[in-house]
Design a binder for this molecule. Structure first.
Ligand SMILES: Cc1cc2nc3c(=O)[nH]c(=O)nc-3n(C[C@H](O)[C@H](O)[C@H](O)COP(=O)(O)O)c2cc1C
Length: 491
């Protein structure tokens, strides 16, 4: 309640000064006038429903805006710095931009209910990390714009199901949403929920870029009674998902688990999400796919630059491959084992603009997901307090008073608008490059400055395998990892 104190103090002083100006001297109006104006401003902050920050912090929000803006621009500058040396290649024979945004069909040969995925979707963020209002606004936004929302590893909450949006149901190592009494996977509950019409795909989370090698964390301050019920964990106690899954410990067991989930889900597309660590590990997974004849319908590659709702991590950006390397590794490995046409690749890691989408498609992705950019569309002001439960914008909190400031209908429209305009931008950029379909983009469409006055395309900068090349005889650069990769050991 301390956040309402400044307004209260200003209002009381304004009242005092007004009384004094009548009772003592008209000079008091010099103080009463501005104070009354400030009180009016604070009152308007409290009553308006469009912006969450002033609703939660009447008056104070006006002091914050300049600092928030500078935080935004310094992040934007960091990203610009990284990408300053990259260019997409326009064509002298541009084409007309497609009217309808393209979609990507997800579903390999064992999938009976393929899903048409948008080029940009809501990346995994769980109920718990996000407020009920934020989850619902993303869901409604997804329904309005016909794109998908990944539930994150916190289970399928009622807020994921209320807005009518398409869902990718993520299953993490804590198996929230299909968690048996012993904390393991509950196959019956999984089958019941996977049958829901809103669930279009199932994703097994192996790791995420911000915290590869360790399980997701939800700080106790965000484990409200409702979140605790949803996850079947004690209220108010920090939830730490185990670092690994109980259901499998080898690549072969993992692909068989995926096949089991797909069957239990009635044939819905089933895939996995990971931040790539070693190339050998991913090749071990490819060996298991080839050995069992089982492929995931999609692989979501998360870059080590990824975000999290659980606070700053020591390893941020240092553990795991950045998205560019992870994406190229996964794409090449799947091409090399001749399975690329069965598996779609999603990419997440600072995707925010149309150019980001096109760049990732040129590097080997089929579609992209965004988490933090979607949070900005929800009104996130990057206060970096996600882990404290005190999000000033009502996005990453379970405090009902803070969360209520988030106007679901308005933010759903903003999420939809952001996704639509970003995809439109990507389509316009592709058209300028002479590309009609995302599948036509290749590494040759992306250039990088690799030294003073030297521009190379990604086709030249990286090694790109031919379909089936690993099976036919791997190039020397891949031979050692391919030889060492075993379907029965992640290595
Ligand atoms: C608040 C928040 C919560 C997240 N929760 C999950 C999660 O439950 N499961 C997961 O796989 N990734 C989670 N992530 C990671 C994102 O899905 C995404 O992979 C990563 O942030 C990179 O995308 P971005 O750069 O667009 O944020 C979370 C990220 C944020 C910011």
């Amino acid at each position: 309640m301390r956040r309402f104190l400044p307004l209260l103090l200003v209002a009381l002083t304004a009242a005092g000064a007004t009384v004094a100006s009548f009772a003592l001297s008209a000079r008091w109006w010099l103080a009463a006038g501005p104070l009354l104006a400030l009180t009016g401003l604070g009152g308007r902050d409290l009553l308006q429903r469009r912006r969450s920050l002033p609703r939660n912090y009447p008056l104070l929000a006006h002091l914050r805006y300049p600092t928030t803006r500078s935080a935004h621009s310094s992040d934007a500058r960091a990203k610009e710095g990284e990408e300053r040396d990259e260019f997409l290649v326009p064509s002298l024979r541009p084409v007309e931009a497609a009217e309808e945004p393209p979609v990507v069909r997800v579903g390999g040969p064992d999938c009976r209910l393929p899903y048409d995925m948008a080029l940009l979707n809501v990346s995994a963020m769980s109920f718990g990390a996000l407020s009920p209002q934020a989850v619902l606004a993303l869901n409604r936004g997804a329904a309005l714009g016909r794109f998908a929302q990944d539930t994150g590893e916190g289970g399928l909450s009622e807020y994921h199901l209320r807005g009518g949006g398409d869902l990718v149901w993520e299953i993490g190592s804590g198996y929230f949403g299909c968690r048996g009494p012993d904390g393991g996977f509950d196959a019956r509950e999984f089958a019941d929920k996977a049958a829901l019409p809103e669930v279009k795909c199932v994703s097994v989370k192996l790791s995420q870029g911000a915290t590869p090698g360790s399980g997701g964390v939800l700080p106790g301050v965000k484990v409200s009674a409702e979140v605790a019920r949803e996850r079947r964990v004690p209220e108010g106690v920090t939830v730490v998902s185990p670092p690994g899954h109980r259901e499998f410990s080898t690549p072969r067991e993992l692909v068989l688990f995926l096949a089991r989930l797909r069957e239990a889900a009635g044939g819905k597309p089933t895939g996995l999400k990971l931040c790539v660590g070693s190339r050998r590990e991913f090749l071990a997974l490819c060996r298991a796919m080839a050995a069992e004849g089982v492929t995931p319908d999609f692989v979501i590659v998360d870059g080590s630059e990824g975000g999290t709702g659980s606070g700053p991590t020591q390893a941020a950006g240092r553990l795991g491959m950045p998205l560019t390397q992870g994406l190229i590794t996964v794409h090449n490995a799947l091409v090399g084992v001749g399975l690329r046409d069965r598996v779609r690749i999603g990419a997440s890691g600072r995707v925010a603009t149309g150019a980001d989408i096109v760049r990732r498609l040129a590097q080997g992705a089929d579609y992209t997901n965004a988490a933090r950019a979607m949070m900005l569309a929800l009104g996130c002001v990057r206060a970096r307090r996600c882990h404290t439960g005190a999000c000033p914008a009502g996005v990453a909190t379970q405090d009902p008073l803070r969360a209520r400031a988030l106007n679901v209908a308005d933010k759903a429209r903003r999420v939809r608008h952001y996704q639509r305009e970003t995809v439109r931008d990507a389509v316009r950029i592709m058209a300028a490059m002479g590309v009609r379909e995302p599948g036509e983009l290749t590494p040759a469409h992306l250039l990088r400055r690799s030294g003073p006055g030297v521009l190379c395309s990604y086709a030249e900068l990286y090694e790109w395998l031919a379909p089936g090349e690993l099976l036919a005889g791997p190039p020397q650069s891949w031979a050692a990892d391919w030889k060492a990769a075993s379907p029965d050991d992640f290595g």
